[in-house]
Design a protein. Structure first.
Length: 145
């Protein structure tokens, strides 16, 4: 019996193939933690995505004195929380000056001006400067206060 050869399928456009691979390799986050941080008259929005381990989350410098860390952990359920840390960046190393833990998912504060955290104010113990921040979760449906 003679062997039949099946036709070779057409190769897709190389650019389309590369674009598809890049799109599929991007992480997808349903929720993002967003914090508005104000220091020295400048407001920045910092973002954090869910992590499986809090130990790999870096700090972010805010001005020349503060370090801000956002840990957004959804799993395992017994450890699910949003933890926010503010450190003083001292010459001897970072010194924690505030730590806040919020449940995940946070209670709904629909219409709240300052998200689920409320407005927080943290003061420099030496220079007398002030850092303000508040945080909310955003999802595909928009900002969840």
């Amino acid at each position: 019996m003679p062997r039949r050869h099946l036709p070779i399928p057409l190769m897709p456009n190389r650019g389309l193939l590369v674009a598809t691979i890049l799109l599929l390799s991007q992480p997808v986050y349903a929720e993002t933690l967003r914090c508005q941080v104000t220091y020295g008259g400048e407001t920045r929005e910092l973002e954090a995505h869910p992590v499986s381990s809090p130990y790999s989350v870096p700090v972010q410098a805010v001005g020349s004195y503060f370090l801000f860390r956002m840990v957004f952990q959804k799993e395992p359920a017994d450890l699910a929380a949003i933890r926010l840390y503010v450190f003083a960046d001292r010459s001897t190393g970072p010194v924690p000056i505030q730590q806040a833990t919020h449940p995940y998912p946070p209670p709904s504060h629909a219409g709240a001006t300052y998200g689920f955290t409320g407005l927080n104010r943290v003061y420099e113990p030496i220079r007398d400067g002030e850092l303000q921040y508040w945080c909310a979760l955003s999802s595909a449906r928009g900002l969840r206060q």
